[in-house]
Design a protein around this ligand. Structure first.
Ligand SMILES: *[C@@H]1O[C@H](CO)[C@@H](O)[C@H](O)[C@H]1NC(C)=O
Ligand SMILES: *[C@@H]1O[C@H](CO)[C@@H](O)[C@H](O)[C@H]1NC(C)=O
Ligand SMILES: *[C@@H]1O[C@H](CO)[C@@H](O)[C@H](O)[C@H]1NC(C)=O
Length: 980
C-alpha cells in the first residue's frame, strides 16, 4: 500500500536522530558542566525516571541533568536561584512503575499531574511532605493500597483526583484537614468502610468530610462504601454543589440533614441500599437540577418536591413508592426527564403533566397506572413516553410518531389493537448505542493503526472513554447530541471536527454516559507527538469538555504512545561499533557546532546585532509554514511574503497605521482575498532570533479562543518580522471608555466585555500548554470586534522585547508591564504568576466602572477605590462611577465591585484565579444576557425545540475546572448554540 512508503525511510533515521540527541546533550554536559536546577529536585526527578522503566526517558525526552535549564517536557520551574521544580504534568504518556518516596524532595511542588498512565504501587506516604501541593491528579492509573492519612498535611491542596485506580481501605478521616480542598474525586476505586465524619470516633483529630467547607465536589461513586450517609455531612457552611455517591453499598435512611446543602446542583444517591422514606427536607434544595435516588430500597410516598423548580432530571425508579402519581409533578417547571419505572405507582396521569414545557422523556414502565393516556395537548418536544406494563386502557394523541410512545403490556393494546398503530404495542428493541463520524471507508489498516474515516487513511489516534457521571438526560435521542459532543471536543482540543470520531456512546445502568472517542492527528501525520497526547489528555481529564447538560466528566485513556508500531524496531538494530562511531562522530560534530555558535555569538556581540545568517534556519521552516497541511504545529497560521504585506498596507503607509509601541508599529491591511487584518511589524532593534520567532509563532498559532485575538499568519522575509492578526473593528477598550471611538458602552455591555476578556485570559492560563501569563493586561490590550465582543490581544508581546539575559528563556525576572496595572507583589518579589494578570484585570474592571485611567493626575485608581470603600463601604463608590452607568441597578453593581476589589488585593494569594473570576461573573450575570460571544459550534442542532429558555450560551464555554455546572436540559441550551 502507498501508505507504507510515507514512513519507511523514517524508520531507519529515528534511532540515529535519538542517538545524536543523546550524544549532543551528553557532550554538552562536559561543555557547560553546571546545572541551574536545585540538586534535590534533580535527584527526585532522576529517581522517578529510574522507577518508570527503561523506555521512559526516551518517551519523555528528558536529557541531561538540568530539568529547568534544559526545559524538560512536562516540568515547570520557578524563577529562584537555583531554580526549583514547581510542577510535573505528564498525563497520558503511558508511564509504568510507581511514585518513589524520593518525591518528598520536591518541596516546592505545586502541581503533580500523572493521570492516565500505567503507574502502580502505593501512593507513598511521603506525599504528605509536599506541603505546597495544590493539585494532586493521579486519576486513571493502577495505584493500589490505601489513601495515606498523611495527605491531610497538604494544607494547600485544592484538587485531589484519585479516581479510576484500585485504591482500597477506607477514606482516612485526616482528609478533613484539607481546609482548602475544592475538588474531591475518589470515584471508581475499591474503597470501602463508612464515609468519615467528625465525631465518628475513628480519629483523634475529630475531623471528616463535613470539615471540608470549601469543597464543591464530592465524587465518590462506584466504590464499596457502606454504612449510612452521615447525618452531619451537610451544614450551613458547606459549599457542595455535586454530591455523587451512587453505586456503593450505603445503607440506612437518607438523612434529613442533606437539606442543609442548599447549593447542591446534582445529588446522586442511586444504586445503593438506602431504605425508608425520602425526607421532606430534600425539597429545601431549591437549586437542584438533578436528583437521582433510583435503585435503592426506598419507600413512599415521595415528598412534595414542587419547590424544586430547577429540577431537570428526576429519577426514583426501582424503589417501592406505592403511591398515586403525584399532582405536584405538574409544577416542576424545568423537568425534562422523569423516571419512575418500577415504583408501584398507580392512578392516572393528567394531560397537564405532559404539557410541561421542557419535558422530553417520561419513563413509567412497570407500574399500575390506569385510565387514559392523554397526549392530545401540545407537547411537541416529547421524545419518549415509556408506559410498558401498566393498566392503561385508552389513549389519545395528537401527532406523535409511534416510536415515541411505548404501550406494550397495557390493556389498551388488547382491546383496540386495530385502531392503534402496531408499533405502539411492540416490545421495543431499538439500539441505544450511537456513533459519530465513523464514515464508511473500508480499507484495512496494519496492526496498531486505525482507519481515519475522514481521510480514509490509516493513523494512530488518541483514544479513550469519556465518562459523564451525571448527564441531565438518559438516552441519546438524536445525532445532534453527539454532534454537540464532537464539536465540544474539537473546540477544546483545538482540532478540526473531522479529526473527531465517537466510536460509541451509550448509557450504562447507572445513567452514566460512556463515550468511546478517538482523536486523529491532522493531515498526513500518522501519530500524535508525546506533547500533543499529553496536552489533550490533560484537557480531557480536566473536566473541560462538558457541553450543556452533560455534567461532570472524567477521561480514561486507552491508547498510549507506542513506538513499536510503525517505527524503528523491526530487526534493524545498529551494531555497537556503529553506535560508538556515531556517538564519537556526533560529539565531535556537536563540539564544532558549539564552537561555531560561540564564534557567531561573539561576532554578533561585537558587531552590534547585524543580522546573523538566519537564512538556513529560516529556510527550513519557511517551506513548512507554506504547506499548512504538513505543519500541525502551525495550525491555521499562514506564511506571508514581505511583498504581500507591502501590498496589503499600501507600502506601510502612514494612513494605515493604527498603533505603535516600543516593539514597532501596527498597520491595518487588506489581504488579496478581502480579509482585513492587523499587521504588527517589529522594528529592527526589537527583533528576536529566528528560533525565538519561530517558537513564538508556534505558541501563538496554538491559541484559539473566541475571546483571544487570533493569529492569521506571520512574515519572516527580507529581514522583517511581522505577526498578522485578525482585525478588530471596535478598537480598544480604553478608547471606547473615553468615547474616542464613538462607541457607547452601557452597563450590560461592560459586563459582557469583562466576562469575555476574563474568559480569554482564563484560556491562556488554564487551557494553553504551556500556560501563557499575559503580563500586560490593560484596557488598550482588550480589543472589541464589530459586535463589541471583547478579545485579549498582545499576549507574548513581552517576548518580542529584547531579553537582556538571553540565557533564561522562560519567565524573565525583569518586571514588565504597564504602570498602573502592575501587581505590587510581582513588583517587589519579581515572582511572576498568573495572579499578576488577575491584578491587572482587576484594574481593567475598575476602569469599566469609573472610566478613569489607572493613574490620573497622579492618583492611582486602585488606591482611591480602596480608600473610598474602607471609609464608606461599597456604596461610597457610587460617586466615583462613570456617569454613563450611574443609573444602573444595584445588586449586580455591588457584585461587580466586589469581584474587582478581590482581583486587586495586595497579596496574590488573596486574589481569585481567572477561572474563579469567570465563574463569579457568570453567576452574577445569570442567564439573561445572550451576547457574551463565546461559542463556535456553528452547526444548528435540528432537533432543538423552537424556544429560548436560557438565552445565554455562556454555559458552553466554562473554562474553569468547575466547568460542569450548571447543568441544563440539553434540549434547551443546545438551541442557543444554533441561533447564531
Ligand atoms: C498498561 O497496563 C495495562 C493493564 O496492566 C496493559 O493492558 C497495557 O498494555 C499497559 N499499557 C502500556 C502502554 O504499558
Ligand atoms: C471539624 O468539624 C467538627 C464539627 O463541626 C468540629 O467540631 C471540629 O472542630 C472541626 N475540626 C477542625 C480541625 O476544623
Ligand atoms: C442557591 O444558590 C444560590 C447561589 O449559589 C445561593 O445564593 C442560594 O442560597 C442557594 N439556595 C439555597 C436554597 O441555598
Amino acid at each position: 500500500m502507498n501508505l507504507y512508503g510515507q514512513w519507511r525511510p523514517l524508520r531507519f533515521c529515528r534511532p540515529i536522530v535519538i542517538l545524536l540527541l543523546l550524544c549532543v546533550s551528553f557532550s554538552s554536559l562536559w561543555w557547560t558542566g553546571e546545572s541551574i536546577t536545585y540538586q534535590d529536585d534533580v535527584n527526585a526527578l532522576q529517581a522517578m525516571l529510574n522507577s518508570w522503566g527503561p523506555n521512559s526517558s526516551r518517551i519523555l525526552r528528558w536529557y541531561g541533568n538540568d530539568p529547568c535549564g534544559s526545559q524538560w517536557p512536562g516540568i515547570g520551574c520557578d524563577d529562584s536561584s537555583p531554580q526549583r521544580v514547581t510542577s510535573i504534568e505528564l498525563p497520558g504518556y503511558g508511564l509504568s512503575g510507581n511514585i518513589p518516596p524520593d518525591i518528598s524532595l520536591l518541596t516546592e511542588l505545586r502541581t503533580l499531574e500523572l493521570s492516565n498512565n500505567n503507574l502502580t504501587g502505593f501512593i507513598p506516604t511521603q506525599i504528605g511532605e509536599l506541603i505546597h501541593l495544590s493539585e494532586l491528579i493521579l486519576q486513571y492509573n493502577y495505584f493500589n493500597g490505601g489513601i495515606p492519612p498523611e495527605i491531610g498535611n497538604i494544607k494547600n491542596l485544592s484538587t485531589l483526583s484519585l479516581n479510576g485506580n484500585s485504591l482500597k481501605g477506607s477514606i482516612p478521616n485526616e482528609i478533613g484537614l484539607l481546609e482548602n480542598l475544592f475538588w474531591l474525586d475518589l470515584a471508581q476505586n475499591d474503597l470501602s468502610g463508612g464515609l468519615p465524619y467528625s465525631g465518628d470516633g475513628r480519629s483523634s483529630k475529630n475531623v471528616g468530610l463535613d470539615n471540608l467547607t470549601k469543597a464543591s465536589h464530592f465524587h465518590l461513586n462506584n466504590n464499596s462504601f457502606s454504612g449510612p450517609i452521615p447525618e452531619s455531612l451537610c451544614h450551613e457552611s458547606m459549599s457542595l454543589i455535586h454530591l455523587i455517591l451512587d453505586s456503593n453499598q450505603l445503607t440506612g435512611n437518607i438523612p434529613s440533614g442533606l437539606g442543609l446543602c442548599g447549593n447542591l446542583l446534582i445529588m446522586k444517591l442511586n444504586h445503593n441500599q438506602l431504605r425508608g422514606t425520602i425526607p421532606q427536607e430534600i425539597s429545601l434544595l431549591t437549586n437542584l437540577t438533578e436528583l437521582q435516588l433510583n435503585d435503592n430500597q426506598l419507600v413512599g410516598p415521595l415528598p412534595d418536591l414542587s419547590n424544586l423548580t430547577k429540577l431537570v432530571l428526576l429519577d426514583v425508579s426501582n424503589n417501592q413508592l406505592n403511591m398515586e402519581f403525584p399532582s405536584w409533578m405538574n409544577s416542576l417547571g424545568s423537568l425534562a426527564d422523569l423516571d419512575m419505572s418500577s415504583t408501584s405507582i398507580s392512578g392516572t396521569i393528567s394531560a397537564y403533566f405532559f404539557q410541561l414545557q421542557y419535558l422530553t422523556a417520561v419513563k413509567l414502565a412497570n407500574n399500575e397506572i390506569n385510565g387514559t393516556l392523554d397526549l392530545s395537548k401540545d407537547t411537541s418536544q416529547l421524545m419518549l413516553v415509556s408506559m410498558e406494563n401498566n393498566k392503561i386502557d385508552s389513549f389519545t394523541t395528537a401527532k406523535y410518531p409511534p416510536s415515541v410512545i411505548r404501550l406494550f403490556g397495557n390493556p389498551v393494546c388488547e382491546t383496540s389493537k386495530s385502531t392503534l398503530s402496531g408499533e405502539l404495542c411492540q416490545t421495543n428493541s431499538s439500539s441505544s448505542v450511537s456513533t459519530y463520524g465513523l464514515g464508511n471507508c473500508s480499507i484495512a489498516c496494519p496492526s496498531g493503526y486505525q482507519v481515519y474515516p475522514a481521510q480514509c487513511s490509516c493513523a494512530i489516534p488518541l483514544e479513550g472513554f469519556l465518562i459523564y457521571r451525571a448527564p441531565s438526560f438518559t438516552q441519546i435521542t438524536n445525532q445532534s447530541v453527539l454532534l454537540l459532543l464532537a464539536s465540544a471536543l474539537a473546540e477544546k482540543l483545538s482540532v478540526q471536527l473531522t479529526q473527531v470520531v465517537i466510536k460509541s456512546a451509550e448509557f450504562n445502568p447507572q445513567n452514566q454516559l460512556i463515550a468511546n472517542i478517538a482523536i486523529f492527528p491532522s493531515g498526513t501525520e500518522i501519530r500524535w507527538s508525546p506533547d500533543q497526547i499529553s496536552y489533550m489528555s490533560h484537557i480531557l481529564g480536566g473536566d473541560k469538555v462538558v457541553p450543556p447538560g452533560f455534567g461532570p466528566v472524567s477521561f480514561k485513556q486507552t491508547s498510549f504512545l507506542d513506538y513499536s508500531v510503525g517505527s524503528d524496531n523491526d530487526g534493524k538494530k545498529l551494531p555497537t561499533v556503529a553506535i560508538i562511531g556515531i556517538c564519537i562522530g556526533s560529539a565531535a560534530f556537536a563540539s564544532i557546532i558549539i564552537g561555531v555558535t560561540c564564534f557567531v555569538c561573539l561576532r554578533k556581540h561585537n558587531k552590534n546585532n547585524k543580522a546573523v545568517d538566519l537564512s538556513n534556519i529560516v529556510g527550513s521552516w519557511k517551506a513548512v509554514g507554506r504547506d499548512s497541511g504538513s505543519a500541525p504545529k502551525l495550525k491555521g497560521a499562514r506564511y506571508f511574503t514581505f511583498a504581500e504585506l507591502k501590498k496589503a498596507t499600501n507600502n506601510f503607509s502612514g494612513s494605515n497605521e493604527i498603533g505603535s509601541g516600543g516593539y514597532g508599529k501596527v498597520y491595518r491591511g487588506i489581504l488579496i482575498d478581502g480579509q482585513q487584518v492587523a499587521i504588527k511589524r517589529a522594528q529592527k532593534d526589537s527583533m528576536q532570533g529566528a528560533a525565538e520567532f519561530k517558537n513564538e509563532i508556534e505558541l501563538l498559532s496554538r491559541v484559539h479562543h473566541k475571546n483571544v485575538v487570533g493569529l492569521v499568519g506571520f512574515c519572516f522575509d527580507q529581514g522583517e518580522q511581522m505577526l498578522i492578526y485578525e482585525y478588530m473593528a471596535g478598537g480598544n477598550l480604553r478608547d471606547c471608555l473615553t468615547g474616542r471611538t464613538g462607541i457607547k458602552l452601557d452597563w450590560r455591555r461592560r459586563i459582557m466585555i469583562a466576562l469575555g476578556s476574563a474568559r480569554g485570559i482564563t484560556y491562556l492560563h488554564e487551557l494553553v500548554s504551556p500556560p501563557i501569563i499575559h503580563r500586560d493586561i490593560k484596557s488598550t490590550n482588550i480589543l472589541l470586534d464589530e459586535k463589541k465582543i471583547a478579545k485579549v490581544a498582545d499576549f507574548g508581546l513581552s517576548k518580542i522585547a529584547p531579553e537582556p539575559d538571553s540565557r533564561k528563556q522562560h519567565v524573565s525576572t525583569q518586571v514588565k508591564g504597564t504602570l498602573g496595572y502592575l501587581d505590587p507583589e510581582y513588583y517587589t518579589t519579581q515572582q511572576l504568576t498568573e495572579k499578576s494578570d488577575v491584578y491587572s484585570f482587576g484594574v481593567v474592571l475598575l476602569e469599566l466602572l469609573t472610566a478613569r485611567t489607572p493613574i490620573e493626575h497622579g492618583n492611582y485608581v486602585v488606591k482611591d477605590v480602596k480608600e473610598a470603600v474602607n471609609k464608606g463601604g461599597i456604596s461610597a463608590l457610587r460617586s466615583m462611577l462613570d456617569p454613563r452607568i450611574k443609573e444602573e441597578s444595584g445588586i449586580e453593581l455591588n457584585s461587580f465591585i466586589r469581584i474587582a476589589l478581590s482581583c486587586v488585593e495586595d497579596t496574590a494569594s488573596a486574589r481569585p484565579s481567572m477561572g474563579e473570576v469567570v465563574k463569579q461573573l457568570e453567576e452574577m450575570v445569570g442567564h439573561d444576557y445572550p451576547e457574551s460571544g463565546s461559542s463556535n459550534v456553528d452547526v444548528p442542532p435540528k432537533w432543538a425545540p423552537d424556544r429560548h429558555l436560557y438565552g445565554s450560551d455562556s454555559e458552553y464555554m466554562h473554562t474553569s475546572r468547575d466547568s460542569s455546572e450548571p447543568s441544563f436540559p440539553i434540549s434547551n441550551t443546545a438551541l442557543s448554540l444554533g441561533s447564531r
